[in-house]
Design a protein around this ligand. Structure first.
Ligand code: FAD
Length: 463
């Protein structure tokens, strides 16, 4: 069997790796000049840089063993340290609402309790529907906590009001049922057999940034006889009699295959179908949007800025929404007297933030970090600015209906499977993309559905 894979991120590479291991022919077509996708690393001034913080974590033992296999055991294990800056203080993250409540000024705490009781009483005579993110959270936590914990960061990162964000986002992201449940779980001891801890350990390549995982996959695929063609964007997916049979790039002959696995953004994949998809699909494609990210990399003249892997900055007076410090992950070839901070700014493609230059971005980042007390003025300089267009799919109020149209369309083609974060328009993590890619390979090898679509369907993260 010859399988053509679109995209050399974790989903595409993990799929191709399993197929090549089973003795099948694979050809990967990748738009960029390097493998890795969102999980890519590259070198600037000799330092390994990633797209923000990337921790590989999973409770699946077999998946962790697979990671060791791919990385030839060159893996480090880290205990996650992350914090959030709110109201002039740093709190450990993930937030333990109970702990934060006690750290907040008493007046705010009393207001939060009052709001919560009021909203619960209101449910009896005028129920609030679960029709958007804001209402979903208000109903369960009251207005004060909504504003402090949930609304500010979400609307800042999404660049839109929370009333326009789907409640799917809240139900997937907020694990606790309501404030009363939070208080109960904070003060009561766990029941026998109850697991409350969040995954705090993570795995990371010992050298070369997170991108080492994809580089190792690529190396092994090529060793097994597979082909990886970087710098070759797919322009057309050739369909004959309802079956996807090949891929056409900007130049050269098409790559014909027995099966095509897509991991590029789903709307773009459907736009490449030749003959073109119908008007209903075109309209749904136009309605699906993305949030982009600008990454500003600062070189700082100090051995360390913080012990954290990353820090969230949710407040709106700061432009940056998250920073990370690569030295705390593993060896990024950064000398002892310096550190590198990656600062993220979410944007709508083409807005003012999207168009920031390195000089402007570095100034904004430095100002924010001085404001929160992490940097001394004049100690940092910008060394790189990167933009990614397909960072986060926008879950607005109509996304589900539009996505259903796209999924129905893509599933109507024989010989074509779409998977991974981009291929499914989903907020999944690296481990999910690897699990999906491998499940698709298993499906193709066994000839029956291994359920790749269901990986991470219930667990999405804003990562
Ligand atoms: C800022 C940020 C932080 C994150 N942090 C974490 C974290 O801490 N932990 C975690 O587990 N996950 C994290 N993630 C998620 C993780 O990066 C992704 O889940 C994972 O890398 C997705 O892999 P993928 O292969 O599914 O998609 P991608 O990596 O997006 O791969 C798709 C590939 O398709 C290629 N492509 C696009 N168009 C074409 C075309 N026309 N022709 C050919 N190729 C094309 C792209 O170049 C890309 O290489 C984070 C994501 C972001 C944005």
């Amino acid at each position: 069997m010859h399988v053509a894979v679109i995209g050399a991120g974790l989903a595409g590479l993990s799929c191709a790796y399993e197929l090549a291991k089973a003795g099948h022919q694979v050809t990967i077509l990748e738009k960029e000049d390097q493998v890795g996708g969102l999980g890519r690393s590259w070198q600037t001034n000799g330092y390994w840089l990633d797209y923000g913080p990337h921790r590989f974590h999973s409770r699946n033992e077999e998946l962790i063993q697979h990671l060791y296999e791919v990385l030839d055991n060159e893996v480090v294990i880290r205990e996650r340290l992350s914090r959030i800056y709110m109201q002039g203080k740093f709190f450990n993250y993930p937030l333990k609402l109970g702990n934060v409540l006690t750290a907040l000024p008493k007046t705010i705490m009393v207001k939060a309790m009052w709001d919560y009781m009021w909203i619960r009483m209101r449910q009896w005579f005028k129920p609030i529907p679960d029709d958007n993110f804001e209402n979903w959270v208000l109903k369960r936590f009251g207005r004060t906590l909504y504003e402090i914990f949930f609304g500010t960061y979400t609307s800042k990162a999404w660049k839109m009001p929370c009333t326009e964000i789907s409640s799917d986002w809240a139900s997937q992201r907020i694990s606790q049922a309501n404030l009363w449940h939070t208080i109960k779980t904070t003060v009561s001891p766990p029941k026998e057999g109850e697991v409350r801890s969040l995954v705090s350990e993570f795995w990371y390549p010992a050298h070369g940034g997170i991108g080492q995982i994809c580089r190792k996959y690529a190396e092994k695929i090529v060793e097994m006889g597979g082909t990886i063609r970087c710098g070759e964007p797919v322009e057309k997916v050739i369909v004959e009699d309802g079956r996807a049979v090949g891929i056409q790039m900007a130049e050269g002959d098409p790559v014909m295959a027995d099966h095509i696995v897509n991991t590029m953004p789903l709307p773009r994949a459907l736009e490449s179908i030749d003959p073109p998809v119908g008007p209903e699909v075109v309209e749904a494609i136009a309605n699906l949007k993305y949030i982009g990210i600008v990454f500003v990399y600062l070189e700082v003249d100090t051995p360390s800025v913080s012990p954290d892997h990353w820090v969230y900055l949710p407040e709106k007076h700061l432009k940056i929404h998250r920073i990370c410090e690569f030295k705390n992950f593993s060896d990024h070839e950064i000398p002892g007297d310096k550190t590198i901070i990656c600062c993220e700014i979410t944007c709508r493609i083409g807005d003012d933030d999207w168009n920031l230059t390195l000089e402007e971005g570095a100034r904004v980042a430095e100002n924010d970090l001085v404001t929160v007390g992490l940097l001394k003025p004049g100690t940092a300089r910008g060394i790189e600015l990167k933009r990614i267009t397909y960072a986060y799919p926008v879950y607005d109020l109509t996304y589900r209906a539009n996505l259903d149209v796209l999924m129905k369309s893509v599933r109507s083609y024989e010989g074509l499977t779409t998977t991974g974060r981009q291929g499914l328009y989903r907020y999944n993590n690296m481990d999910h993309s690897v699990a999906m890619g491998r499940k698709v390979a298993r499906t193709l090898l066994k000839g029956k559905d291994a359920g790749a679509d269901k990986v991470a369907a219930e667990q999405e993260y804003f990562g």
